[in-house]
Design a protein. Structure first.
Lengths: 147, 420
């Protein structure tokens, strides 16, 4: 399956990916509307910084997804594309997935709210908006050649 | 190939999915005592709290069993296993198997207490039917007495909080959540719940129930309308014992742990018979012993491993450890691993984090308040990563992958090198 990969030497640390992620997940038509309600990154992608090095981290959609296997409600599932998706009507916000994700890629949606995670922009024809709007090709969306 | 699974919890779902990865054709029959398709058991407190509803609790979509060619036999208790001819007897019918999975779960323990039988509205808290019955039995004026201040008891209290008049929790231990906290973090949880109006009687137990009262060992009496007992569970091992599976393991302290003994493929050692989930014992990678590790993620993964082995494959190698995530009336907490190492503590307003280091490895942690990206630390425990090979100080403040080093980051996030 295609995944988002990182070229960390090219990441500027601009965090545009974080904002495009929130916008994409919001379902809003206009960019600023996504943030009207006080929504803030991170959601499905987050930029890490250490000294002069930056890179963006998002869900690996693991072959062996501990989040999905540990989910208490069955809200997490793998869709036909291979993306690990969350059913927001089923998630009770227990955060077992946050306790289990080895890469820290699942974000709390707040108390009693469903979690937030990368769904590979399934609602945007699987065109990850973080990648489309990265100004420096620091993240790319490519086929995993191991598969 | 004929597969029969006794039990319809998440271990059973794991097994079905594990089997179907390798064997699309074999017949699968699931015999479940409860009348519902599989639901996540921990959801019952969220149900009482109003955070989920019956139509959203199915663990898999409604067509799951059909899509996987599973015959569901629900509302029927498996009574007997004939291991010689390979048959399960349930509800007067015989179900022949080539491979059998015992995933019978556990049952609540009821401490023998004089007067218990006469208590009218009494419940345990493990099944959906328990939650549905409790829901009917309470109203806004009910005085609820919960026996047991473990995760189940406190989640029951949380679920009931908005529905009842008052809640009192009694436990023999001197603190709440004794299995997943240390003294200081336990005190934080307790004072949070007390601030919400939940009363605790700790280091105490019910000596007898009298007409509408519980008389405690300390002499205190508590008037109550509804009783919820959640002092712990006992693995359902009777069927396994009857066919010769080992269902007890002696510990160093001489106290036996009950539960079906299995190998890494969840095989019991009895021909064709596997076991998974809360009825089994697991090897706890942090404490290095075999003990009950009855948490839902383990149940699924054990079921999956069993399903793989039953269908002739081998599952991912698993490391089991205790991991618990539990919100309690607005207090958020995630804990993992063992607490027998040297503690490192980070405290700030609304945040308590304690990490336990032993032999320079992270053994376990308790995090209350913000626990963003804490799974990075769970993975360190799982892998036995040395704290000296990472920027551990920064991990205690704000876990990120960068603290684990460039090489790790590239291996996780980068594409595998094409050229060279």
């Amino acid at each position: 399956m295609k995944r988002v990969y990182v070229n960390e030497e090219w990441c500027l640390g601009c965090r545009l990916c974080e904002y495009w992620c929130v916008f994409s997940a919001s379902g809003e038509k206009h960019f600023p509307f996504a943030f009207d309600g006080g929504a803030k990154p991170p959601a499905g992608i987050q930029v890490e910084e250490r000294g002069s090095v930056h890179f963006a981290v998002n869900c690996r959609h693991c072959e062996d997804p501990l989040c999905l296997k540990g989910c208490i409600s069955g809200a997490l599932s793998r869709d036909g594309y291979g993306a690990i998706r969350v059913d927001k009507t089923k998630c009770v916000g227990c955060h077992t997935c946050i306790a289990l994700c080895p890469y820290g890629c699942i974000v709390s949606g707040g108390d009693n709210m469903p979690i937030k995670k990368c769904q590979l922009c399934a609602g945007k024809d699987y065109t990850p908006q973080c990648v489309s709007h990265c100004p420096n090709n620091a993240i790319v969306f490519e086929e995993d050649e191991d598969l | 190939m004929k597969y029969v699974i006794i039990g319809n919890g998440v271990a059973s779902i794991g097994a079905i999915e594990g089997i179907r990865k390798n064997d699309k054709k074999g017949s699968i029959t699931v015999i479940g005592e409860e009348k519902y398709p599989c639901y996540g058991r921990p959801l019952i407190s969220y149900y009482l709290e109003g955070m989920t509803s019956l139509d959203k609790m199915d663990y898999r979509p409604s067509q799951f069993y059909k899509d996987n060619g599973v015959k569901l036999v629900l509302g029927v208790k498996a009574e007997k296993i004939d291991a010689v001819s390979g048959k399960v007897l349930a509800g007067g019918k015989e179900y022949p198997y080539d491979k059998l999975l015992i995933a019978t779960g556990s049952s609540p323990v009821i401490p023998p207490t004089p007067g218990y039988d006469k208590v009218k509205r009494k419940f345990t808290f493990i099944r959906l039917d328990d939650a549905l019955a409790i829901e009917k039995a309470v109203d806004k004026t009910s005085r609820v007495l919960v026996i047991g201040a473990g995760l189940t008891g406190l989640k029951a209290a949380e679920g009931l909080y908005g529905r009842v008049g008052s809640i009192t929790v009694v436990d023999m231990a001197d603190r709440v959540l004794p299995a997943v906290t240390d003294a200081e973090s336990s005190a934080i949880v307790r004072s949070h719940l007390e601030s919400k109006g939940i009363a605790f009687c700790l280091s105490d137990h019910v000596e007898r129930f009298d007409d509408g009262f519980a008389v405690l060992a300390s002499g205190k009496t508590i008037a109550f309308d509804v009783l919820v007992t959640s002092v712990g569970v006992r693995p359902n091992t009777e069927l396994a014992t009857s066919v010769g599976c080992a269902t007890e393991r002696m510990t160093e302290s001489g106290r036996p742990f009950r539960g079906i003994v299995v190998d890494r493929d969840q095989y019991t050692g009895v021909d064709g018979i596997y076991a998974a989930g809360d009825c089994t014992l697991s090897y706890d990678l942090t404490l290095g012993n075999t003990r009950p590790l009855a948490i839902q993620p383990n149940a699924y993964m054990q079921g999956e491993a069993a399903g793989a082995a039953m269908s002739g494959a081998r599952a991912e190698r698993r490391e089991y450890l205790p991991v618990n995530s539990g919100g309690l009336l607005g207090l958020r907490m995630i804990t993992a691993g063992a607490y027998d190492g040297e503690p490192i503590t980070v405290k700030r307003e609304g945040i308590f984090r304690r990490f336990f280091i032993r032999e320079r490895k992270l053994r376990g942690f308790i995090q209350i308040g913000d626990y963003s990206r804490v799974g990075i630390l769970t993975e360190m425990i799982r892998k036995g990563t040395s704290v000296d090979s990472v920027d551990f100080a920064s991990l205690t403040e704000s876990p990120d992958l960068a603290a684990l080093g460039d090489e790790y980051v590239r291996s996780v996030l980068g594409r595998k090198e094409k050229e060279k």
